[in-house]
Design a protein around this ligand. Structure first.
Ligand SMILES: NC(=O)c1ccc[n+]([C@@H]2O[C@H](COP(=O)([O-])OP(=O)(O)OC[C@H]3O[C@@H](n4cnc5c(N)ncnc54)[C@H](OP(=O)(O)O)[C@@H]3O)[C@@H](O)[C@H]2O)c1
Length: 200
């Protein structure tokens, strides 16, 4: 399969890349590194990326983040980068990318446990993750030609423990192997419209 992995040099993305690259043609896209450069916060940049990549069998996105900060002082401006990046960036990957996705191909997006169990200061990310999950449920009904879409919702992954432990007290760590398997299930399996929750 020809697979486009957006965010393939990130913590989760690089492990997904390792698992997929042996038996697939893998193209990694990222903001500051990768085979192709893209800022998913820009529709023009997404369109340019797909023009460069051309027809593909699967598109995975492990890119994006959202605002963490005190609710008392949070404003719409704080939320904008995450809404334009992780949320609308992934939505636009599908809206623009569906023209490049082969018949029977798949999209796999990424949300996160915060949709159900938000961390302190994590209201914005909770909203973004919940919106991605709901959008995938709807989009799965709309895609034609046997094209599929799923979303992986990871818990706090073990490789991120040092980076995030102060922000997620009490969250059980999730094995990276299980998270990677959820992406493989979405790409190589037959499921569609699923929120693949990988919580501990
Ligand atoms: N790590 C966890 O424990 C965890 C748990 C639940 C959910 N998640 C979600 O899983 C996803 C991946 O997390 P991660 O920990 O692997 O993140 P990460 O280590 O920060 O990596 C994110 C990757 O995405 C790229 N990226 C970020 N913004 C981008 C943009 N606007 N356009 C294009 N590329 C962009 C980054 O590239 P540059 O470095 O070049 O900017 C980087 O390669 C995120 O959506 C995160 O919210 C993670």
């Amino acid at each position: 399969m020809k697979i486009l992995l957006v965010g393939g040099h990130g913590t989760i993305g690089k492990r997904v890349a390792t698992a997929l690259k042996e038996r697939n043609e893998l193209i990694i896209a990222g903001r500051s590194s990768g085979d192709v450069r893209v800022d998913i916060g820009s529709e023009g940049s997404i369109a340019d990326m797909f023009k460069q990549v051309g027809k593909m069998d699967a598109c995975i996105c492990t890119a994006g983040t959202g605002y963490y900060g005190p609710f008392a002082t949070m404003t719409a401006e704080h939320m904008r980068p995450g809404l334009e990046g992780k949320l609308m960036g992934q939505v636009n990957l599908v809206l623009i990318g569906k023209e490049y996705l082969s018949e029977g191909g798949s999209f796999t997006l990424t949300s996160g446990i915060a949709s159900e169990i938000p961390a302190r200061n994590g209201t914005c990310v909770a909203m973004i993750n919940g919106a991605i999950n709901s959008w995938v449920l709807g989009a799965a009904q709309e895609l034609k030609q046997d094209r599929r879409i799923n979303v992986v919702s990871p818990g706090l992954v073990e490789d991120s423990y040092d980076r995030y432990r102060a922000f997620f007290p009490g969250y059980d760590l999730v094995s990276m192997g299980k998270v990677v398997n959820a992406y493989i299930l979405s790409v190589e399996g037959a499921i569609t419209g699923k929120i693949l929750k990988v919580y501990a």
